[in-house]
Design a protein around this ligand. Sequence first.
Ligand SMILES: [Zn+2]
Length: 459
Amino acid sequence: MDRFDATMGLYLRSIANFVRLPSISAPDYPEKNLFKSAEWAARKLREVGFKVKILKEEGAHPSVYGEIMVDPNAPTVILYSHHDVQPAEEKDWKTDPFNTIVKQDRMYGRGAADDKAGFMANLAAVDCLRKAGKLRCNVIFFVEGEEEIGSPHLATLLRKMRPDIKADVALLTDAANVESGLPTDTTSTRGLHRLLVRVETAEHELHAGLWGGAVPDAYMALSHILSTLQHPNGAPRLDALKPPVMSEEVRKAVATVPFDEAGFRKAGGLKLNVPIWGDPDLSVNARLWRGYVLNVLAIEGPQTKIKKASGKIVPWAEALLELRVPPGGEVNEAAKQVEEAILGLREKMPWFDIKVSYPKAPIEPWEADLKHPIVGTLAKALSVGYGRETVFAGCGGGIGFLFAFNELFPGVPLIPIGIEDPDTRAHSANESLNIADFGGATRGLIAFLGMLGASVKRQ
Ligand SMILES: [Zn+2]
């Protein structure tokens, strides 16, 4: 750990170099940048002593696999991160997104936190232990190249890379701490499903002056339908979306995570009069991690541009709804209940033609086994790294790569850990890394790999 503290600046400089490669995985961006960043990561891994392979699948962006096997009888840890990033609209940034700048305690740049710092924390931990002659566990690196587009080939790649790996734990260094400086072990994610609601009121557009008053417009019709789904305080109206009962253990874990309302409001950019809303029977953390939510992602119809709108009655409209489902809930069942509630409105509003469809496959919620001893070991190690007690938090979003790991490594504890914090603005303009947290995470990883290496008797 002293070695890391003495050389942290070098690793930070490496993050800056990594950010300089604009490895955007979204469609319509040049794939050559992803090859460059995959090669960059591969070179870094080789320098640390990994055996490295760049993985390429038909139609997939390149990912990087690396391994250091110290002893077949030693425990094996998988360290996950990703080298691709989200696009960055330069006009929205205060600084050049691909040329990092350090201001106070933060490093600004696209991918500086999500997830090039995750890669570097994993790498620095192994590097420091190795140089100190203290690496006593086997390490598998997986650096994905398409996390930001939903990990479409992750399961295929994991299956191919080493089907015989017997891993003891997988650390997924691409999550967030609930506040800066507070080590956070993510133990649950919500699932999600999307519903497309379509309403039709006429065969074609009509002159609003001549027909308005006697023919309904589809935007109003859609608004009536949507307003039946949520209470004005933000809680879902449907009984089927009441939150599942939490176990005592989970309830306690959720209750120990601090919630800073002022910080939450600031990080979220909430307007002055906007309350923190949702189910009043749940704490805010529980609303985010253990409650259902139904949001409207987009509304579409024949005229959506206000400046170009003309005086006509809109005959059809669609809303894309997103339903988030907490652990303990059934994604398909919950979506079915929402669908039935919407279609049930045909009785109340028979004059509208209402349809519901599902444009995408659902994602299930996920929950870690809090009783697994390695979860406790990691919490202890992160506490050492950050100098603060680790908390067990949920994550309101889905984490796509968890499912591939779950499928390929059944029974292996998966632990997403943070390198981001509430001010990171991952995916948005002006993303930044909290430099102290990069230190805390890396020290925590060093402590964890040390504990893991010491934990298993050699045979
Ligand atoms: Zn990420």
